[in-house]
Design a binder for this molecule. Structure first.
Ligand code: MOS
Length: 756
């Protein structure tokens, strides 16, 4: 079926309703088998010895004792030739630039550039025996001077993390108009330096793999966001054909961007399994995952902005220094400064710097909540300076075209409605003018907007209608817990009128399902949803043809309603199970193919968040009382999943704004809070007492054949900044460095006149 002839639905029966997850029972009852739960006959357990220093050279590794330890079946170090593979940090984020001077490392690289770099690995009969053996490995390190701060890393004479220097090259900037002219035209010019901290993903399921060889074929159970990407990483690392590598991840316990790629642990598990001719399970400890499997890197963002008294923006100049960690990945914060508001003069210059710490990975809208922290606090400060309401200032500068993409139009933009409807439902005007309180606790409200460009991509989905009217749905995409399977099943149910509980889903297995890209970039619905619908539509077409022949009626006179074929203008109808042809061939298979959406228009999701906070003037404590999110992510596919995404977005934003920070010790370079006790993830007790999700649907008929744009990442983009702006409204101080701590608040309160 040609995609061009299909339009998004006008009316829906299932899509957009609050549908509970189709695998909810399995997930909450413990019946679902996650990769971490996989136990294979005869299985060994792997453990990795990691460099305890921020920067060191390995001089000697002595594994003599480890080999003799009880239960040990294999030990691997850099001395084993099979480990001498070129390992590039895979980066699967669509459109992400890669540093030109990127450095391949070995699996056990003798140059350890961060605390946690792999040095050796063991496979043993039990995890305890593996760890006991790891502890007996004696390593002679020559420690090196280290650098753990991006600004220090760029100074002359700083310790070199990468041989090519600490500045990663090859990242483009943005230049539009003339910022000097823009600042000259402005009535008010403000400049401020904003900082965000390094955050850790901490998905519920730790990273890891189970590797099993079957002759020259490798099976890997791996917890990840897209098995086909893991398959290609493994095949590249081990120089194996894709067909010989099977990656299975039917269930997985969260990722947020840290599970888009294979880890060294995946390949180490495969090599240990090869060496021992037994399956090997290698999952990291929670502590290891704080060090080695990615993070949202820290940023230093100097932002200068010009505005006229009437609210017209004249120029943005953003100079950012972005942390990469010890190896090249993607890290950029300029996306929104170049696009969120109409502004003729923009100059964005971003420097990517290496430091001696674990490398960053994509983290729920990589760079966007951070860039938002700078841009949207600046908008708040500009509004204050010109005496304009912050919602009004944003409304005044809504973009009409995508300025960062040759001024191409958007397929739809609901940013205006996000601001106006959000303000109305939140009660912005009243809350903004309400007395703040005269006791210790004072209140304030803040607003921030944001955007995100959801991707698309190739995917093939197969839908099979059985002779009893039940359906098998076969899709490659991983479900991160966002409800991918539920949305896909709902699409099929919508088109074929089959109840959800008669649909069985196979997903995320390179051996039995068809290609899908990574579940990331907020693109799973827009990449995998259209082929799902096309596959269902193909089945519908075959059904109508069968019915036309059986009833001797032209296809044009037939309709398909609630799983039954009806003849228009007649009482005649035919259930699927009454189709003779279907009974003869037993099944109908529909195949849907997705692709990259052609680029004459730009797809963006927009959002505005509102927050109300309460701050204690004497202690500096802050509580978030309520938040409201107005989102234009196009059509709501599942209202329940939609709300959950948004509420999770609030909490992750709250973490960025108030509680989360990787702390590296300045004396040793080591992470001092690599555990759940000292690394503070917001819990239910930190959640705002009132959370409101307000979907804005602009009825986008051009983004794809669903009309849905993508929500996962936008849900957290403006959340932290809305909180920071509410703090400013409450007590008049602006905390530019996240997270906002009570100590920072008290310090700033003591010097109120130095801040805008
Ligand atoms: Mo994401 S950061 O697109 O998994």
């Amino acid at each position: 079926m040609a995609e061009e002839t299909v339009r998004p639905w006008d009316e829906t029966k299932i899509i957009g309703k609050p549908i509970p997850p189709v695998d909810g029972y399995e997930r909450v009852s413990g019946a679902a088998v996650y990769p971490l739960d996989v136990i294979l006959p005869n299985m060994l357990y792997g453990a990795i010895l990691r460099c305890p220093h921020a920067h060191a050279t390995v001089k000697k590794v002595d594994v003599g004792k480890a080999r003799e330890m009880p239960g040990v079946r294999a030990v691997l170090t850099d001395a084993d030739p099979e480990t001498r593979i070129e390992w590039y940090a895979p980066m699967r984020f669509p459109g992400a630039p890669v540093a030109a001077n990127s450095q391949a490392s070995r699996l056990f690289d003798p140059h350890c550039r961060y605390e946690g770099e792999e040095v050796a690995a063991v496979a043993a009969e039990s995890p305890q025996q593996a760890w006991d053996a790891v502890r007996t490995i004696h390593v002679e390190y020559e420690t090196q001077p280290f650098v753990i701060d991006v600004e220090e890393a760029l100074k002359p004479g700083a310790p070199a993390v990468q041989e090519g220097g600490n500045r990663a090259r090859g990242f483009p900037g943005t230049k539009r108009g003339d910022v000097a002219k823009g600042f000259a035209e402005a009535d008010v010019v403000l400049e401020e330096t904003y900082r965000t901290s390094c955050l850790i993903h901490v998905p519920m399921e730790v990273h890891g793999s189970v590797a099993q060889w079957d002759g020259d074929r490798l099976n890997v159970w791996d917890t990840n966001q897209g098995p086909f990407g893991i398959q290609s990483d493994i095949s590249r690392a081990l120089k194996m054909p894709l067909s010989k590598v099977r990656v299975i991840s039917n269930y997985m316990g969260g990722g947020f961007g840290s599970k888009q790629e294979a880890g060294k642990y995946t390949v180490i598990a495969a090599l240990l399994a090869q060496k021992t001719a037994r399956p090997v399970k290698l999952f990291l400890t929670r502590e290891e995952t704080f060090l080695c499997v990615g993070n949202r890197p820290a940023h230093v963002m100097k932002l200068k902005a010009g505005v006229k008294k009437d609210g017209t923006l004249t120029a943005f100049q953003l100079t950012a220094v972005n942390e990469l960690g010890a190896y090249p990945t993607f890290s950029g914060v300029g996306g929104q400064a170049g696009e969120l508001y109409q502004c003729p003069n923009v100059l964005i210059d971003e420097t990517q710097a290496y430091i001696n710490a674990g490398q960053s990975r994509a983290f729920r809208a990589p760079g966007y909540p951070e860039g938002n922290w700078a841009l949207e606090q600046m908008m708040d400060a500009l509004a204050e300076k010109i005496g304009m309401d912050p919602v009004e200032l944003r409304l005044k500068n809504i973009p009409t075209v995508c300025q960062s993409s040759q001024n191409r139009p958007y397929t739809s933009t609901g940013l205006r409605e996000c601001l106006t409807e959000g303000a109305r439902v939140f009660g912005w005007r009243e809350a903004r003018s309400r007395p703040k309180g005269d006791g210790a606790w004072v209140r304030g409200v803040g607003v921030a907007s944001g955007l995100w460009g959801p991707g698309s991509g190739p995917a093939t989905v197969i839908v099979k209608l059985n002779s009893d009217g039940s359906v098998n749905l076969n899709m490659g995409a991983a479900d991160l817990g966002t409800g991918t399977k539920t949305v896909a099943a709902s699409i099929v149910a919508e088109e074929l009128g089959v109840p959800l509980d008669r649909i069985r889903i196979e997903n995320a297995d390179t051996g039995t399902t068809q290609y899908s890209g990574v579940s990331g970039g907020s693109k799973t619905v827009s990449a995998d949803g259209p082929p799902t619908r096309l596959a269902a539509l193909e089945i519908k077409r075959f059904l109508l043809e069968m019915a036309a022949e059986q009833l001797k009626v032209p296809v044009a006179n037939l309709d398909f309603k609630d799983g039954t074929i009806v003849v228009r203008g007649s009482a005649q109808k035919l259930a699927i199970t009454e189709l003779t042809q279907l009974r003869m061939q037993q099944e109908i298979v529909g195949v849907g193919r997705g692709r990259f959406v052609p680029g004459n228009k730009v797809v963006r999701s927009f959002a505005t968040h509102f927050a109300e906070v309460e701050v204690n003037r004497h202690t500096g404590e802050m509580r978030v009382l309520r938040m409201l999110a107005a989102h234009d992510s196009g059509r709501v596919m599942n209202l329940l999943g939609y709300r959950n995404q948004v509420f999770g977005g609030f909490l992750q934003g709250l973490g960025l704004a108030m509680t989360e920070r990787r702390v590296l010790d300045s004396d040793s370079g080591k992470m001092v809070n690599a555990n759940f006790h000292d690394y503070k993830i917001p819990t239910a007790k930190d959640a705002p007492g009132e959370m409101t999700c307000l979907p804005i649907d602009p009825h986008d008929t051009e983004c794809n054949i669903l009309g849905a744009k993508g929500l996962g990442e936008p849900a957290t983009v403006p959340a932290a900044t809305a909180i920071a702006n509410a703090l400013h409204h409450a007590i008049g101080i602006r905390v530019t460095a996240a997270p906002i701590t009570a100590a920072q608040v008290l310090t700033l309160l003591a010097e109120p006149k130095t801040r805008g």
